[in-house]
Design a protein around this ligand. Structure first.
Ligand SMILES: Nc1nc2c(ncn2[C@@H]2O[C@H](COP(=O)(O)OP(=O)(O)OP(=O)(O)O)[C@@H](O)[C@H]2O)c(=O)[nH]1
Ligand SMILES: [Mg+2]
Length: 384
């Protein structure tokens, strides 16, 4: 009886290998989950290891399949096949193990080639760079941004994967910058905050979450204004939240009414202004919005985007809003995606500060300051 171990991304894949190589006579003796360890875990997914026992006589009768045994490498999770009649030359074996260790760096889905510098870089450094680059592309980081990140690795030329990951991690944190959210609101400061963005991204829900926080936790005087008069339901949606929180709501139809509403709320601590979702394809609507925002002095503006929107669309949306100066970015619907590349891409493209992330429909709980460390880790393969 001989014990052989196989690894796969999931149980099905590992079992398939057992079946293919050992046939139906193999007896499964153990199935375990292999969790990646150390900083390497940023890079590797959990895998499944199946240990199978097979009768050597039976397996030897199956010529091609049975004359193979498998050695696995804990670190790489890659399975190397070795024929039994190969002699156990120690040097050859050591070389093989080295090869296996470096193999994990050659990911299966090579999407593109990272730009390399002109200087001679060792093979190992190149492998590390390539694997980080591919990891970033897997998370939908734009090629130009991924190249900027790995540029740092070319400079550092580190042959240590942990170090390389730290360098990439720090570079991502540097690009994402420290987020800025509505912080302490001074009493009576009548801070005016606009929420703009495409239809259905979660502007009104986000306003409700922020209003709830300041009313319930910070005991501030909050007022709401809505310029979203395109849909009756939109006004009613905000009125419902205003009623629950016992705060005033003004519906405005023009720039003049906006001025009046702001005057009326000048004793408030915080005035949150909802706007109608604008299609980025409708330039006139967006110009009107710009006009409305321009009519209010001393305001903050948040462009609300969904983390689930395609990169191309996000680029077009932000292009449309680029005449609205100094906005910060809120990303909604984090709960509906596991690809965070666009957060980095859009941060880089707009150079706007990041602020909140929302991750569900629950008011007021599903909102927090965007966690840049979490995003950086995720982009490098952690938390998968
Ligand atoms: N899964 C998820 N859904 C969200 C989140 N934020 C908002 N939503 C949902 O998205 C839908 C649209 O939300 P709204 O707040 O009405 O979006 P809006 O941007 O105000 O939409 P318009 O006013 O039509 O432009 C609602 O069903 C919300 O419950 C979030 O973080 N995650
Ligand atoms: Mg709305």
């Amino acid at each position: 009886m001989k014990l052989v171990r196989y690894q796969g991304e999931n149980e099905k894949e590992a079992m398939l290998k057992v079946k293919e190589e050992l046939g139906k006579d193999a007896l499964i003796v153990n199935i375990k989950t292999i969790k990646p360890k150390g900083f390497y875990k940023l890079f590797r997914k959990t895998s499944i290891e199946v240990t199978a026992a097979v009768d050597e006589n039976i397996s030897n009768s199956n010529e091609k399949k049975a004359n193979k045994e498998f050695i696995t490498n804990e670190k790489s999770g890659i399975i190397e096949q070795k024929t039994q009649n190969e002699n156990l030359d120690i040097k050859g074996l050591e070389k093989k193990i080295e090869d296996i260790q470096s193999l994990f760096l050659n990911q299966e889905h090579v999407k593109g080639e990272p730009k390399s510098d002109n200087e001679v870089t060792s093979n190992k450094v190149n492998q590390i760079i390539k694997s980080i680059y591919n990891q970033l592309l897997d998370n939908e980081v734009d090629e130009a941004v991924a190249n900027e990140i790995i540029q740092e690795l070319h400079l550092k030329k580190t042959e240590d994967l942990d170090n390389a990951l730290m360098v990439a991690y720090n570079k991502i944190i540097e690009i994402l910058e420290k987020p800025e959210i509505l912080d302490e609101i001074e009493k009576g400061s009548s801070k005016k905050v606009f929420f703009i963005g495409p239809t259905g991204v979660g502007k009104t829900t986000t306003i409700a979450k922020i209003a709830s926080h300041y009313v319930l936790n910070q005991k501030k005087n909050v007022a709401l204004i809505t310029a979203d008069t395109y849909r009756i339901a939109a006004v009613e949606q905000l009125r419902t939240y205003a009623n629950i929180l016992c705060i005033p709501l003004k519906v405005i139809y023009s720039v003049e009414e906006m001025e009046e509403a702001i005057n009326e709320f000048q004793d408030k601590d915080l005035i949150l202004i909802d706007t109608a979702g604008r299609s980025h394809k409708n330039e006139i609507q967006i110009q009107e919005l710009g006009h409305l925002i321009g009519s209010v002095e001393d305001k903050e503006t948040y462009l609300v985007l969904s983390a689930t929107t395609k990169y191309k669309d996000l680029i077009n949306i932000t292009k449309r809003y680029n005449h609205i100066s100094n906005y910060k970015l809120i990303f909604t619907k984090f709960d509906e995606t596991s690809c965070y590349g666009n957060i980095l891409n859009i941060k880089k493209k707009t150079n706007a500060k990041l602020s909140y992330s929302t991750f569900g429909q629950n008011v007021p709980d599903d909102i927090k300051e965007i966690d840049v460390q979490e995003i950086a880790k995720h982009l490098l393969g952690g938390n998968e």
